[in-house]
Design a protein around this ligand. Structure first.
Ligand SMILES: [Zn+2]
Length: 175
């Protein structure tokens, strides 16, 4: 393992983009492909630090350090995307409970954590409606420019639209 492999992995990630966009299947493949490199980087992320085994500003640009932050961010994107199927089902459920007040409150409560916490950043930071894109915020890795077509997150977006419209004005909302 060396820094050439890290460079190659990052180049490979960039090469998976088509027309500026990456997609979830390709990203998933990449993440699975570089799990060992991640383990290596995670183990060596503090190499060269002034404080042994601890972080220090002087190593923040080390490839091992950067890779060990990047990789889990990409895993997190994939984890969030796994909710697409759930949200698709919940949109169908919503149509059945929309006009039934107690059932609707129950639906909002059931989805409260997803709507107000887990997907909060997705909604306020990642989703760029005008560009029809989802751009995850990845700390310090702007030049990688990882973005998805909004269509790949269609049920997540639909869910968040509906949830926000219903939740904040409803009795389910604690405020
Ligand atoms: Zn230092």
């Amino acid at each position: 393992m060396n820094r050439k492999e890290i460079d190659e992995a990052l180049e490979n990630l960039k090469s998976l983009k088509k027309g500026g966009f990456i997609n979830i299947p390709k990203l998933t493949w990449w993440v699975l492909n570089y799990v060992e490199l991640y383990q290596y980087c995670h183990k060596n992320r503090h190499n060269g630090s002034c404080y042994e085994g601890m972080t220090c500003p002087c190593i923040s640009n080390n490839p091992e350090n950067r890779f060990s932050f990047l990789y889990p961010s990409l895993q997190e994107i994939i984890e969030l995307h796994k909710h697409e199927e759930y949200f698709r089902e919940e949109m169908a459920v919503l149509e059945n409970v929309r006009d039934d007040y107690p059932d609707l409150m129950q639906w909002l409560k059931k989805n409260e954590k997803l709507g107000t916490e887990d997907f909060f950043l997705f909604w306020v930071e990642w989703y760029e409606e005008e560009q029809e894109a989802v751009k995850p915020f990845i700390l310090e890795e702007k030049e990688l420019d990882i973005k998805f077509k909004a269509g790949e997150w269609q049920y997540t977006i639909k869910f968040m639209e509906e949830f926000n419209e219903l939740y904040w004005e409803s009795d389910a909302c604690p405020d």
